[in-house]
Design a protein around this ligand. Structure first.
Ligand SMILES: Cc1ncc(C[n+]2csc(CCOP(=O)(O)OP(=O)(O)O)c2C)c(N)n1
Ligand SMILES: [Mg+2]
Length: 401
């Protein structure tokens, strides 16, 4: 077991964990009151993994996580009131109120999200590390993701490039034993997740994610290896979420006894006890930590309530869209223009023509194949023609109406 650090470090670790716990309990309550919209994934129980990791990162390092990251942002230094305002969809939220719970983002504190696609943050982490490399920065990227995410295809792609290019990155699996309602034994052939990147040349280590000091020790070494030796590592931290996967989870996949067993290892209670028994903190200081957390969180709710909703005329701000293309934008090997079928909603005539051509072909497999490379509008559709076709379509729609 790692030795207790000095009193002020212990105080700070305990305070950060207690703040995140209280914040998330309140977030859950506000969600029930319909003050926070969208989805809500709480990491109650996982505070030691989160705080232990962030506490040994340098200011210039990057952290990227998943959709369960209110605590990660707070651990990185984001003010709780801005996270709460984001949950409330208000302008003072970390993403201007446009992202909500899954998209907390704070560039100033180098917290790079907040990512809703399972495993989607992995390649981004490699990209951040590559960017630091290009810029000659000393920064290390820490990428945290779930046990379920270790099955995503881009896990392998990311590990390969991270090792091949000697990127300054540390990967940390928050193994809370479940991907939604599916246990690790049922979702991963290799249940020792720390071994999952070995074949790519990335060594791994299993750690106790409920022990903030154990997490600190291993993460600090992983970060050192990344920073000084350009060697990525994969840490597997065993942790547990006491609440359901999201706010709506009947939790039929686990026994109450299992949750109770893990509650015995509560990362905050156990660390507070250790600090008191080790004579590093007193009962009074532990209570002070709780009181301060309460105060900060209640102030965060008040702040979020008072923050206005984004103005309606800013609805389209911050959106990326290819403005001269209808439908979604498609690029293929033929040409970069949009292709037939991709405008079907606004061009029913073109869509019908295409469908008829397909049906004709289906009936005559040996007959002439409609070839979009020759007959597609990328080749033949000049702008005026396309505009004329749209007008026809519009006229047709009016007739139907
Ligand atoms: C690519 C993708 N597939 C499926 C989902 C739906 N989904 C959301 S969370 C989740 C489970 C992920 O589990 P894990 O990686 O262990 O993270 P945890 O929720 O336990 O923190 C799934 C399958 C998604 N968001 N993205
Ligand atoms: Mg999980």
């Amino acid at each position: 077991m790692a030795d207790l650090p000095d009193a002020s470090t212990c105080y700070e670790l305990l305070a950060r964990m207690a703040l995140i716990r209280r914040f998330e309990e309140e977030a859950g309550r506000q969600y029930q009151r319909a003050k926070a919209g969208g989805f809500l994934h709480l990491a109650i129980g996982e505070e030691a993994t989160i705080v232990g990791t962030a506490s040994v990162m340098h200011e210039e390092d990057y952290l990227i996580g998943t959709y369960r990251t209110h605590g990660h942002a707070i651990a990185r230094g984001t003010e709780p009131k801005h996270v709460m305002a984001e949950l409330f969809g208000r302008v003072d939220g970390t993403s201007g109120g446009r992202g909500g719970s899954m998209h907390i983002f704070d560039r100033e504190h180098r917290f790079m999200g907040g990512y809703g696609i399972v495993g989607g943050n992995l390649p981004i982490a490699a990209g951040l590390a590559l960017a630091s490399e290009y810029k000659g920065e000393d920064a290390v990227t820490v990428c945290m993701f779930g046990d379920g995410a270790s099955n995503a295809g881009n896990f392998g792609e990311t590990m390969n490039l991270a090792a091949l290019w000697s990127l300054p990155v540390l990967f940390l699996v928050e193994n809370n034993l479940y991907g939604m309602g599916t246990s690790v034994e049922r979702h991963s052939a290799q249940t020792d997740l720390s071994k999952k990147a070995e074949g790519y040349g990335i060594p791994g280590q299993r750690i106790d994610g409920m022990d903030v000091l154990a997490v600190r020790e291993s993460v600090a070494e992983g970060i050192r290896l990344a920073r000084e030796e350009r060697k990525p590592t994969l840490l597997e931290a065993f942790t547990y979420r006491y609440r359901g996967h999201s706010a709506a989870d009947p939790e039929v996949y686990r026994e109450r006894e299992e949750v109770e067993e893990w509650r015995e290892k509560d990362p905050i209670e156990s660390f507070a006890r250790r600090c008191i028994e080790g004579d590093v903190l007193g009962e009074r200081e532990v209570q002070e930590v709780r009181d301060k957390a309460e105060e900060t969180v209640l102030a965060a709710v008040e702040f979020a309530e008072a923050s206005p909703e984004p103005a309606l005329d800013t609805l389209y701000e911050g959106l990326y869209a290819v403005t001269d293309t209808e439908g979604w934008y498609a690029v293929d090997e033929r040409s970069p223009e949009p292709h037939r079928g991709e405008r079907e909603e606004s061009m029913p005539a073109a869509a019908r023509e295409l469908a008829e051509a397909g049906a004709a072909y289906a009936g005559r497999p040996d007959g002439p194949r409609p070839n979009p490379a020759e007959s597609g509008d990328a080749q033949e559709g000049t702008e005026p023609e396309v505009a004329a076709e749209r007008e026809d379509d519009a006229a047709e729609r009016e007739e139907v109406d």
